[in-house]
Write a protein that binds this ligand. Structure first.
Ligand code: ADP
Length: 257
């Protein structure tokens, strides 16, 4: 695979603000860098601006001001549709097309960008294998013939289809049962390391963040960055009362719990 062993582009937020038309300031003035090849988790209480921050990267939401670059490129200078196709995006209810097979779902973007048929077929097989689904067995199935965890795997495979340097993930394992979730988390971490992917991930689950993240960004209402540090640093040395209180809601935090 072309991606193995290389680290891809980072994400830089400079003075990014999002004010919705009703006057809600979801994100006030955010400066944040996601380093190439790292998993950065955004955590914080409901409504603090996590999803808004994530979705501004692929312009599902347009920033009011400030700038965001991916791999050094200003996202506002890109064509929104092309930008979205070039960045992996995985959400909680993965949004597979119910009337398409697993293989057809994974092939969606390669077909849109008109890859030759043989290349698409080879890529679909490669991706399903990568996420632990045997292509001959699962490729012809429909989404309703899969478990929740298997559907999330297909979602990850689909997001990886055109070899994105960057993956955005919004509660990607939230709909999976706790046991399956833990396995998916670990397998995804292996995959991320193997591919050198840059991942920005929203989770409301501090345990998930501590397990998976290289660095955690703790946000408070208005997208205010309260602390940006490694999981160990945040758990051992919360920067302020807000971070300490947020952590207190999760008993017994430990990286390998
Ligand atoms: P989180 O992902 O942390 O739960 P969001 O980014 O979804 O938070 O939302 C941040 C804030 O922006 C919240 O106060 C939310 O109510 C508000 N918000 C989100 N979308 C809209 C919208 N389309 N119009 C107005 N306010 C919105």
């Amino acid at each position: 695979m072309e991606q193995v062993g290389t680290d891809h582009g980072g994400i830089t937020f400079s003075k990014v603000r999002k004010e919705y038309p009703d006057g809600t300031v979801a994100v006030g003035d955010l400066d944040l860098v996601v380093n190439p090849g790292e998993i950065l988790c955004l955590v914080g209480p409901s409504g603090c601006g996590k999803s808004t921050t994530l979705r501004m990267v692929n312009r599902l939401i347009e920033p009011t001001s400030g700038s965001i670059t991916v791999d050094g490129q200003d996202v506002m200078a890109a064509q929104a549709v092309e930008l979205r196709r070039s960045i992996g995006y995985v959400i909680q209810h993965v949004g597979l097309f119910p009337h398409k097979t697993v293989a057809q779902n994974v092939a969606t973007v390669p077909q849109l960008v008109k890859w030759p048929k043989e290349r698409i077929g080879a890529r679909v097989d490669e991706l399903l294998t990568l996420v632990g689904l045997e292509p001959e067995l699962y490729g012809p199935r429909f989404p309703h013939e899969l478990s929740g965890g298997q559907r999330q795997r297909v979602g990850v495979a689909r997001a990886l289809a055109v070899e994105p340097p960057v993956m955005l993930m919004d509660e990607p394992f939230g709909a999976v049962d706790p046991q399956g979730r833990r396995r998916l988390q670990r397998e995804f971490m292996d995959l991320q390391r193997q591919l050198g992917l840059t991942v920005m991930m929203v989770t409301h689950d501090m345990r998930e963040a501590v397990l998976m993240a290289d660095r955690i960004a703790v946000l408070s209402t208005g997208g205010v960055l309260e602390q940006l540090a490694s999981p160990e640093e945040i758990v051992d040395n919360p920067a302020n009362d807000f971070v300490a209180d947020f952590l207190a809601d999760f008993d017994g935090l430990a990286r390998n719990a």
